[in-house]
Design a protein around this ligand. Structure first.
Ligand code: FEO
Length: 394
């Protein structure tokens, strides 16, 4: 896609990746993504804010040529991850006089990851400003959203924030700005769940600090721009600060129907008690959907059969994922079955040390669940519903 003007002299020059379906060899991208790069021309100097994934370097360079860009004085690297920094060496090859500006941590990463000569990079401090003539950029260090190197760049005169990954969404679209808030809410929540949720405490701090920066536009490095910044800022506030909801997330596997029978009984028992359940059969689940469900769930219940004494490997993967994402869960339990012996509960419990939760008694059936097992499942549902009521989860 050709460059898009945001304000006179301020242009989107990035790349839309419609076909990418996996990020970090881990995260599903059902709607593709974009790598947003921005050219800011001042009366004296020109800056490029972030680059693009190296697979799309030609798009960025074509866009700069399309704008007749003869000179770039500064390349602002908000973040060292390669989907934004990976084509900086190509930009430097085309514009050899450009100086790269980055946070001190990002500078080290650009040297280590991309082998950019140290002398080409200047570390900028938190709050430092860069005059482009009639325009001023200000750098705001914002570590851990989601790497330790991240900084945000603020264009003072136009009140545009370039926050790199923060507030982003993996969404390929021809729309420069958000046009369908429902669609972007879904994509941004998925992005938050997969990328940002483990760093909720840091986001809390950064959100407070951003109140000092009035914003007309938020221009992230993935997905469409926000010309109504309150939309995404309020969503983030909700995801970070709100209490969890009256909701159980239930990832499970069943090999021969025993765990399936328990899951069905359990879901029905919770639903009859007014508790929302999102169940995920891990043989077919989009793992991003599971991550999204964890954003505002109060309780995680893991359903597993026993495989060689332990949990099914897919279930172990889901437990490790939940542990890594650190959602605001309050309760965890396990239901499942075994044939001749099981250490599944002990093994799964050891996989979730990051979750600061109350562990509710597991229900594990020997063979196909009998009436006594289903009654135990029913009792677990009652306990969960009661605890949610006591905590005021609605
Ligand atoms: Fe979009 Fe952390 O890179």
């Amino acid at each position: 896609m050709k460059p898009r003007e945001i304000r006179p002299g301020v242009s989107w020059v990035g790349a839309v990746d419609w076909d990418r379906r996996l990020f970090d060899a881990l995260i599903p991208l059902p709607d593709g993504t974009s790598y947003n790069s921005y050219l800011v021309k001042g009366s004296e100097k020109t800056a490029l804010i972030d680059a693009v994934d190296p697979s799309m370097r030609h798009v960025l360079l074509d866009n700069l040529a399309h704008l007749g860009c003869q000179c770039i004085d500064y390349v602002i690297a908000n973040h060292g991850e390669q989907d934004h920094s990976g084509s900086i060496p190509d930009v430097l090859a085309r514009f050899p006089n450009a100086e790269v500006l980055a946070s001190p941590r990002c500078k080290a990463m650009l040297v280590d990851l991309l082998m950019i000569p140290e002398a080409k990079i200047r570390a900028v401090s938190d709050g430092e400003t860069l005059a482009l003539g009639d325009r001023t950029l200000q750098f705001v260090h914002a570590p851990w959203v989601h790497w330790p190197d991240t900084m945000l760049t603020y264009l003072r005169e136009e009140r545009i924030l370039f926050p790199c990954d923060l507030f982003g969404s993996h969404l390929a679209t021809t729309d420069l700005y958000v046009t369908d808030e429902g669609q972007v809410h879904e994509a941004a929540k998925r992005y938050y769940a997969e990328i940002m949720m483990p760093f909720r405490n840091h986001i809390e701090r950064h959100l407070a600090r951003l109140k000092e920066y009035p914003m007309d536009v938020i221009a992230p490095s993935h997905g469409p721009l926000y010309d109504r910044p309150a939309f995404i800022v309020e969503k983030y506030r909700g995801w970070v600060f709100d209490k969890p909801g009256n909701k159980v997330v239930l990832p499970y596997i069943s090999m021969h129907g025993s765990t399936q029978r328990m899951v069905e009984h359990f879901v029905d028992a919770l639903a009859h008690r007014g508790v929302t359940v999102q169940q995920f059969n891990l043989t077919v689940t989009d793992i991003g959907k599971l991550a999204m469900a964890l954003v505002d769930a109060a309780t995680l219940v893991i359903g597993t059969p026993t495989v060689i004494v332990g949990p099914h490997p897919n279930v172990a993967y889901a437990a490790l994922l939940a542990n890594a994402l650190r959602p605001k869960l309050q309760f965890v339990s396990i239901i499942g079955s075994y044939g001749w012996g099981s250490k599944a509960v002990e093994q799964l419990s050891g996989m979730i040390p990051n979750l600061k939760v109350e562990v509710l008694g597991p229900v594990i059936a020997r063979g196909f669940p009998r009436e006594v097992d289903l009654q135990a499942v029913e009792a677990l549902a009652e306990t969960i519903a009661q605890k949610h009521r006591e905590r005021g989860f609605v």
